[in-house]
Design a binder for this molecule. Structure first.
Ligand code: IPE
Ligand code: MG
Length: 224
């Protein structure tokens, strides 16, 4: 999700207005995913690098998260959404950590849409943490290094149990992954849209799905 600040600037509004509208776009996207029969959706809401933004903006973003958790949980439940969070949640205030854990457990039996929200998430951070965890298991005599393969490594990542993405959509015209699911997106189709995130709607989601359907996926194999 990118372009909240530019959306606000183009309307001479404060950045928080763009973030608020961005939260509405998240709601629309969840609905669009459900309508399209997409069962797995991951939203990159806050990166580990976003902590370096001015303190006021970080406060606005965490405030919005707090508000969203309080106000959207019932809706998520009604829509059969299962929420998971990946990222370093220990950096958030305790009440947010508590509400995240509650939202995850209260939606854990839902299966219509598996929604993963990446919060204080960075892919390199995740990969390094995984390497450390496996190294500790080896040190403690619990794991034979010869058994560490791609499958074993994947299962130790934060996204364990979540399928690798088939499609990654980035808005606002930037063409970068910006430390998002670097391992998991190895074979993902990348779609870059010129729309600013607060303007993102079902039609853009549909256009990205249509673009995905046009692509020929070979996973490194020769064309058949
Ligand atoms: C993305 O919009 C929202 C978050 C990082 C939470 P930006 O805030 O990056 O918007 P631009 O890139 O300044 O337009
Ligand atoms: Mg940005």
């Amino acid at each position: 999700m990118d372009g909240n600040g530019r959306w606000a600037a183009s309307r001479r509004l404060p950045r928080i207005a763009g973030h608020r509208e961005g939260a509405r776009a998240v709601r629309r996207t969840i609905e669009a995913a459900i309508q399209s029969g997409v069962a797995w959706l991951t939203i990159y809401a806050f990166s580990s690098e976003n902590w370096r933004r001015p303190a006021g903006e970080v406060l606005d973003l965490t405030g919005l998260l707090r508000h969203y958790l309080k106000n959207e949980l019932a809706e998520l439940k009604d829509n059969g959404v299962r929420l998971r969070v990946i990222g370093n949640r220990s950096r958030f205030d305790h009440d947010i950590q508590r509400d995240l854990a509650a939202a995850e457990s209260e939606t854990s039996a839902n299966f219509r849409l598996n929604l993963t929200v990446a919060l204080s998430y960075g892919s390199r951070d995740e990969i390094v943490g995984t390497a450390r965890k496996l190294a500790e298991a080896v040190r403690d005599g619990l794991l034979d290094p010869a058994l560490i393969d791609e499958e074993r490594f994947s299962r130790a990542l934060a996204t364990t149990g979540i399928p690798d993405p088939d499609l990654v959509i980035r808005t606002s015209g930037e063409q970068r992954l910006s430390n998002f699911l670097l391992w998991q997106a190895a074979y993902a189709e990348l779609v870059f849209l010129d729309v600013l995130w607060p303007d993102f709607a079902a039609e853009h989601f549909g256009a990205a799905l249509a673009e995905y359907a046009r692509r020929e996926r070979r996973f490194g194999a020769r064309p058949g």
